[in-house]
Design a protein around this ligand. Structure first.
Ligand code: GRG
Length: 300
């Protein structure tokens, strides 16, 4: 097992190392064939076929503000990635976004079938909470807190609620504030969770937790604005998914509402807001600062 955190001299190597650590741990958890059905194979496909692993990176980087060895945060980071994978697999289903390409590979329901993809998403959701409730590296009270906060971030007032807003957005036009709120739930809530979880595991003060949550809020907004920009300017082979889907579905985006140039400016404002929030951590926030900077001009 490579070291959990990470001594690379630059962010690119650090991100690459984190991908290896997260994927090694996912492969370990999903290893073996204990049943005579295809669920386990499809789960490995759904979790190990690519992905930037940004959410686990954020947990580890946030925890790393408080302690050098963040191996105790590893399984929380993996659990968060699995719930993210579950949301992508369900999002790609014909009843939702109906996509055939994800992370540069056929989506789970194309590679297997629709029923299997639904069950893979369900199984990851259960596995997330199985892992978090039994994580021996986290004290029981902290486990409960981490699980509780994740139920809020992923549930009806967070990611799942945001997905419902997104589906309903096909039938109506949204204001800028409504788009910000939708995206803050659908995409932003898991980023916020990542920073909050890292802060909880690291034993942050309330002020430090708040700074990290605010960083994540701005990070999430910049991420979504740049996602919308990529949808217009990106290349499918680099992004690894079909582009222009929102436009085809008649959905409002930051770019459709305010235009490309204003969206690029708005992303920069959010990136700078995020950086300002973590200034209280001084040099220790280097990784978080470089990560949010990476959103500017990202290609995938
Ligand atoms: C089953 C828990 C569960 C939820 C179902 C379908 C759904 C409810 C929610 C979908 C939410 C969703 C797809 C949000 C979009 C998030 C987003 C921008 C994903 C892309 O993130 P990246 O770029 O992707 O980090 P990689 O592939 O790098 O991980």
């Amino acid at each position: 097992m490579p070291p959990v955190f990470l001594s690379a001299s630059n962010l690119t190597d650090q991100l690459a190392q984190t991908q290896v650590v997260i994927e090694t741990r996912i492969a370990e958890i999903l290893a073996g064939q204990k049943q005579k059905n295809q669920l386990e194979e499809a789960m490995r496909y759904g979790a190990l076929a690519g992905g930037k692993r940004l959410r686990p990176f954020l947990i580890l980087a946030a925890a790393n503000l408080f302690e050098d060895d963040v191996s105790n945060a590893l399984d929380t980071a993996v659990a968060l990635e699995l719930i993210h994978c579950s949301s992508l697999i369900h999002d790609d289903l014909p009843a939702m976004d109906d996509d055939d390409l994800r992370r540069g590979q056929p989506t789970c329901h194309i590679q297997f079938d629709e029923a299997t993809a639904i069950l893979v998403g369900d199984a990851f959701l259960s596995l997330t909470f199985e892992m978090m409730s039994t994580d021996p590296k986290i004290p029981p009270n902290t486990r409960l807190k981490l699980i509780h906060v994740l139920t809020l971030a992923s549930g009806r007032y967070g990611m799942i609620g945001g997905q419902m807003d997104d589906i309903e957005a096909e039938k109506k036009s949204l204001t800028l504030d409504e788009i910000i709120s939708l995206q803050q739930k659908k995409t932003g809530a898991l980023f916020e969770y990542a920073c909050e979880a890292g802060a909880i595991i690291g034993g942050a003060t309330e002020q430090q937790q708040l700074a990290l949550k605010n960083y994540a809020k701005h990070f999430g907004l910049a991420f979504q604005i740049t996602d919308d920009i990529l949808d217009v300017t990106g290349s499918e082979s680099e992004v690894g998914k079909r582009l222009h889907k929102d436009e085809e579905a008649g959905k409002e985006t930051f770019v459709s509402l305010i235009g490309l140039e204003a969206a690029q400016k708005a992303a920069l404002v959010s990136i700078n807001d995020a950086k300002r929030e973590v200034a209280i951590f001084g040099d220790k926030a280097k990784l978080l600062i470089e990560l949010v900077d990476l959103l500017n001009n990202r290609k995938s």
